[in-house]
Design a protein around this ligand. Structure first.
Ligand SMILES: Cc1cc2nc3c(=O)[nH]c(=O)nc-3n(C[C@H](O)[C@H](O)[C@H](O)COP(=O)(O)OP(=O)(O)OC[C@H]3O[C@@H](n4cnc5c(N)ncnc54)[C@H](O)[C@@H]3O)c2cc1C
Length: 619
């Protein structure tokens, strides 16, 4: 077991691990499951100042373009109903306020602590990295590189001539729907508003260690001023950026600094933090205790269980920087659904997916049987004429009886029985797909029909429907009726559709999360899918082969790599054995693919994983 653990830790390298934080479920406009309550800033996923500020502008732009909101403002039933209530006065909430003021909305910002509270609580002189560097801000609050103090000065200076209605020290407890508006309940008052914008960041409750001594006065969950650790033995607990930044900040004045983290590697730290930390570890200013856990905090020491046993280290101050829990209780009180909470429709969609997989998998081996029932078609016209005939559906309904009849004739032997069993499973899966698919489609139009607009969400849903229909045509046409779309085999359309889907959703992902990391990662995935897994084998290699650019027909490339025009084999350059079997288990295996596949699986990929971790090959 120990050996297995070691192997997996090694395999993991510095690829991020850990639990996935759950965020409230939102649509592309930031609207939660409660219509009229929106989320902006950190809570939408990426914790960056610039993007938080931008989201404040975007939400008000969206309100401004929303006809329903315009109507509601016009028909408001009371003067005490605000147009917009913004919760949280961080960069996101403040920017939303600036924009709301420009549009003359009646609004208020409620803040549990003080304006820019999260930034105020950054460590003293904390360097500010205004990422993404190349992002052009449109919002009224500009974020620049600097340190915490310069950032706060700049932010306050930008607000100097803007009179924003911010109520500080007012914590919102829950939100209720009341007629045409919301009732926002704080610990002091109740406010009414047509729209609520939650800009509350991730500043929920700090996570607890749950160990004896955690409540000693020397244990903190944030660093206010590094000088408070002057001449002291410091222990920082955690492996995220805030833990690293705390250790870096106190290392200049503390007597000793130790970081204790329960995992073997840090959770994807910012590049600059990782560099600084490495340098300080080299200089002996910070000691790392990876794979260690706090057992107890005592007055003058801390007991930890480490890889090499239980240890007691001298200690005068502990910073537990193990993250914050999202304010889930608040969302629950306000009936806002969190991501991953499965509704009945989502569960049914999942069942549909399993049924579709059943049709594809079991239908594959029983294709001949089905075509013997329905007969081969000569053209698409034939196929469609058949599908829309009563005769076809009568045959379809009676198909199980037909199979049972074959059973009784004794035609079925042990070696061909699976074909009939598979046919049965495929048949019932298909019946399930038709019934459940029709119900879900009906439910979609019933629930979403009124919201169909030319926006991303509508495009996305209709893309899914179109792909499902097209897939059905390609699959059933090719497999059961022997007709192909535009003379291309099924595999051409599957890889084409897959590449198109990755391209569309990849572009959308980069638009929504335009960080350098996301852009590089997504473009890499798009290009790998589109070029070597689609365009090269389907277009480029056949073209080059035809032009004679791949050598003579009896040359190495056309006999060993692509024998008999099998350009599909080039998938094997990307997809290793056993991901891609066809190059090895095939009637025409060539020496090249045997050697290449062996080297790829047992030499190249292990080397890549050894050097960069498993994420380098798996994405
Ligand atoms: C230690 C640390 C270092 C960071 N360094 C960087 C960096 O260098 N560069 C960078 O780009 N980003 C950095 N970030 C991230 C950055 O701080 C956030 O992306 C940004 O503050 C998010 O803005 P926001 O408005 O969404 O939320 P926040 O700034 O967190 O504001 C949320 C506000 O809502 C208030 N609030 C919460 N709950 C309620 C409630 N129920 N009722 C009323 N008010 C409430 C809070 O008091 C807070 O003021 C860092 C974050 C931390 C913690």
């Amino acid at each position: 077991m120990e050996l297995l653990n070691k192997y997996f830790s090694w395999l993991q390298k510095d690829v991020p691990t850990g639990e996935v934080e759950k965020y409230p479920e939102i649509n592309q406009n930031g609207e939660t499951s409660v219509k009229g309550i929106f989320i902006i800033g950190d809570l939408t996923g990426i914790p960056l100042l610039k993007l938080a500020a931008e989201s404040g502008k975007k939400i008000i732009d969206y309100f401004e373009s929303n006809e329903e909101f315009k109507k509601q403002r016009f028909n408001k039933t009371g003067n005490d109903i605000l147009d917009v209530l913004i919760v949280g006065a961080g960069p996101a909430g403040i920017t939303a306020g600036i924009e709301a003021a420009k549009k003359n909305y009646s609004f208020k910002i409620l803040e549990a602590a003080k304006k820019f509270n999260t930034i105020v609580n950054f460590p003293k002189a904390k360097p500010i990295i205004a990422a993404p560097g190349d992002y052009q801000q449109q919002s009224g609050l500009i974020i620049n590189d600097g340190i915490k103090e310069s950032l706060l000065d700049e932010l306050n200076a930008q607000l100097k001539y803007i009179d924003l209605p911010i109520d500080e020290n007012e914590m919102v407890d829950k939100i209720e729907k009341e007629g045409d508006h919301f009732l926002v309940v704080t610990d002091e008052k109740k406010y009414k508003a047509l729209r609520v914008v939650l800009a509350i960041g991730k500043s929920g409750n700090s996570r607890q260690l749950g160990m004896p001594g955690e409540d000693l006065p020397k244990v903190f969950n944030r660093l206010i001023d590094p000088e408070e650790a002057h001449g002291l033995d410091v222990l920082v607990v955690g492996g995220g950026d805030s833990a690293l930044e705390t250790a870096i900040a106190v290392s200049s004045c503390a007597k000793s600094v130790t970081i204790s983290y329960r995992k073997p590697t840090f959770a994807r730290p910012k590049e600059k933090n990782a560099e600084k930390l490495d340098a300080l570890v080299q200089q002996g200013k910070i000691k790392l205790m990876m794979e260690s856990n706090i057992k107890e905090v005592k007055n003058d020491s801390v007991i930890l269980s480490a890889k090499d046993g239980v240890k007691e280290i001298p200690n005068s101050i502990v910073y537990t920087m193990i993250g914050k829990e999202l304010p889930t209780a608040f969302f629950k009180r306000s009936n806002i659904k969190m991501e991953g909470e499965l509704s009945l429709t989502v569960k049914l969609q999942f069942v549909l997916l399993i049924l579709v997989a059943g049709v594809i998998y079991f239908g594959k081996s029983s294709a001949e049987l089905f075509s013997s029932f329905f007969g081969k078609m000569n053209s698409w016209t034939d196929a469609f004429a058949n599908i829309f005939s009563i005769e076809f559906w009568a045959k379809f309904l009676l198909l199980p009886l037909g199979i049972i009849k074959i059973f009784s004739t004794g035609e079925i032997k042990i070696w061909n029985a699976t074909e009939y069993v598979n046919a049965f499973i495929a048949y019932f899966s298909l019946t399930g797909v038709i019934v459940l698919g029709s119900y879900l489609l009906y439910k979609f139009f019933k629930d979403y029909g009124s919201q169909i607009k030319p926006n991303w969400q509508t495009c996305k849903y209709f893309y899914f429907i179109a792909v499902a229909l097209f897939f059905a045509i390609v699959f059933f046409g090719g497999r059961y009726f022997g007709v192909e779309v535009l003379g291309k085999p099924q595999t051409f359309w599957y890889t084409g559709l897959y590449s198109l889907t990755i391209l569309i959703f990849g572009l959308r992902r980069m638009k929504m999360k335009p960080t350098r990391y996301i852009k590089i990662q997504t473009w890499t995935l798009i290009l790998i899918q589109a070029l070597p897994l689609f365009i090269f084998p389907e277009f480029l290699f056949p073209y080059l082969g035809k032009m004679g650019a791949l050598g003579t027909p009896d040359g190495f490339i056309l006999t060993q790599i692509f024998p008999n025009g099998s350009y599909w084999r080039s998938y094997g350059f990307i997809l290793a054995w056993p991901l891609f079997l066809s190059n090895i288990y095939n009637s025409s295996v060539t020496g090249f693919w045997l050697v290449f596949s062996f080297a790829q699986t047992f030499v190249f990929i292990p080397l890549i994983v050894y050097r960069w971790g498993k994420g380098a090959y798996c994405g």
